[in-house]
Design a protein around this ligand. Structure first.
Ligand SMILES: *[C@@H]1O[C@H](CO)[C@@H](O)[C@H](O)[C@H]1NC(C)=O
Ligand SMILES: *[C@@H]1O[C@H](CO)[C@@H](O)[C@H](O)[C@H]1NC(C)=O
Ligand SMILES: *[C@@H]1O[C@H](CO)[C@@H](O)[C@H](O)[C@H]1NC(C)=O
Length: 291
């Protein structure tokens, strides 16, 4: 029998090389920046990921830089989300998603709005996942607003044109929040909609949900919002596991937790605008989940 050495080589080595390459390559990572930031603000994070995980493709969208980050959450979710789906289609092996600050809430919006995504790990880096109620945060962009009265502007149809209003969660005006807020109560499935089921599916298809936040943040208020904890009617913080969104498993948090896929990281000594610049945070709490 005549054996063609070349075909034999192809038969044995090509599949081997192929398997080797696909196993060793790191999955692509998509980064979404925070409010008022430029996409360039994520350069250090991108560079560090590439140093530790050489060859990782990193996508940083330059959409909604600066003041344009104040456009409505739905609008941003749709635009960033269609970019993500495009990247998804080019990487059937899966991708990872990291969202910083408001970008973390946009990230959750994308996972729920595009449930056919193939995000494996989603890292929410100090994001107001349960909403926001604090004057210091407001004054970054609305110096004349105060937390006690901001609801008068935000809980209106016009107020809802801005992203901050879409996740403003005033513990003293919950019925107005449910009535006017066009984003947070919907992605929380606190208000059920035809999308409720697929929104949960989008969360449940994750391999990992990593929530990073800490008590010295200074901007996210309460800081526990980064871990889905939030104020009750007397402005005291109730941790995630005691809140309805968790106990009723409204969008998959409880299932993710009980199946070991929810990782909560409390990190002290980090101020809000340092999370994505702190090498110790990046090396210990971000990169290990990007395999
Ligand atoms: C998808 O991504 C490719 C490559 O980055 C780009 O050329 C193309 O225009 C994108 N398509 C859409 C619909 O965004
Ligand atoms: C708010 O939560 C605190 C701490 O769990 C609790 O002591 C308090 O009774 C709660 N208040 C209301 C109005 O639910
Ligand atoms: C960086 O993060 C570590 C925790 O991982 C913290 O102790 C330290 O204070 C942070 N440094 C800065 C400059 O934020």
């Amino acid at each position: 029998m005549h054996i063609n050495m070349h075909s034999l080589y192809k038969l044995i080595f090509i599949p081997f090389i192929f398997i080797f390459l696909t196993c060793s390559a790191y999955k692509p990572v998509i980064l979404i920046h925070g409010i008022m930031a430029q996409s360039g603000s994520l350069d250090l994070l991108a560079k560090r990921i590439n140093e530790v995980h050489p060859g990782t493709s990193i996508y940083v969208s330059n959409r909604f830089d600066g003041w344009s980050s104040l456009v409505s959450m739905r609008h941003q979710v749709k635009a960033f989300g269609s970019d993500l789906m495009n990247i998804t289609s080019q990487h059937p092996e899966g991708i990872h998603l990291i969202g910083f600050s408001q970008g973390g809430l946009i990230g959750r919006g994308i996972l729920e709005t595009f449930p056919k995504h193939n995000v494996k790990t989603f890292i929410s880096l100090s994001a107001p996942q349960a909403g926001q109620y604090g004057t210091k945060f407001l004054h970054l962009f609305f110096p004349s607003l105060w937390k006690k009265t901001a609801y008068e502007l935000f809980y209106s149809e016009v107020g809802q044109y801005t992203s901050v209003a879409n996740y403003w969660n005033d513990p003293y005006h919950q019925s107005l929040y449910l009535r006017y807020s066009a984003f947070l109560p919907y992605i929380n499935n606190e208000i059920s909609s035809p999308e409720s089921e697929s929104q949960s599916e989008g969360m449940l298809s994750l391999d990992r949900l990593v929530l990073v936040g800490g008590p010295d943040d200074g901007v996210i208020t309460p800081w526990q919002s980064s871990h889905f904890g939030y104020y009750n009617f007397s402005e005291e913080v109730v941790e995630m596991q005691k809140r309805d969104i968790y106990t009723k498993d409204l969008f998959g948090l409880k299932t993710l937790h009980e199946s070991g896929r929810l990782i909560t990281i409390v990190c002290s000594g980090v101020q809000h605008f340092d999370w994505h610049l702190n090498i110790s945070v990046i090396d210990n709490h971000i990169i290990p989940y990007l395999d």
